[in-house]
Design a protein around this ligand. Sequence first.
Ligand SMILES: Nc1ncnc2c1ncn2[C@@H]1O[C@H](COP(=O)(O)OP(=O)(O)O)[C@@H](O)[C@H]1O
Ligand SMILES: [Mg+2]
Length: 158
Amino acid sequence: MIIKNLVKQKRVKIKTKNSDETIDLGKKIGKSLLPGDLLLISGELGAGKTTLIKGIAKGLDIDLYVKSPSFVIVSEYSGKYKLYHIDLYRLDGEEIYNLGLFEFLENGVVCIEWADKLKNSFNDLEHIKIDIEVVNEDRIFNIILNGEEVIKRCIALQ
Ligand SMILES: Nc1ncnc2c1ncn2[C@@H]1O[C@H](COP(=O)(O)OP(=O)(O)O)[C@@H](O)[C@H]1O
Ligand SMILES: [Mg+2]
């Protein structure tokens, strides 16, 4: 977990044409990540949030990624590092607060689906924000790298 030392931001827009390309993008992101990294992912149902995280898992050398049923809130995987895949779809307010997100961050990489439900609780931390737009079969990934460290580390995306 890195406290943002400077308000530095970099925006990257990447388009994928099918789920394989989205997995490849996730893989590329996953390879750049370290424990303590936080990814806030949003986009409508079917946008590709889970598909992207599947790719991120591959990039972290996690072979056994099981697409979790939507009632599972936190799925933990072990690869190069631990990956916590958190789905906020069914949670609200207090419940989100009580998940103990900071503890997960101390132990590994954290990817959060439906992250728009978090409001601004993570603005002081370095993080990667990804908002997925759907245009027919295309998906446009609006990525904001928030903080100097993540900008440096995710150089392959820029
Ligand atoms: N470019 C693309 N990237 C990702 N998924 C795509 C793409 N084009 C079509 N799809 C389809 O969209 C769906 C995305 O599902 P999923 O990743 O579970 O979305 P979410 O987690 O956002 O609800 C899948 O059925 C996938 O095959
Ligand atoms: Mg999903």
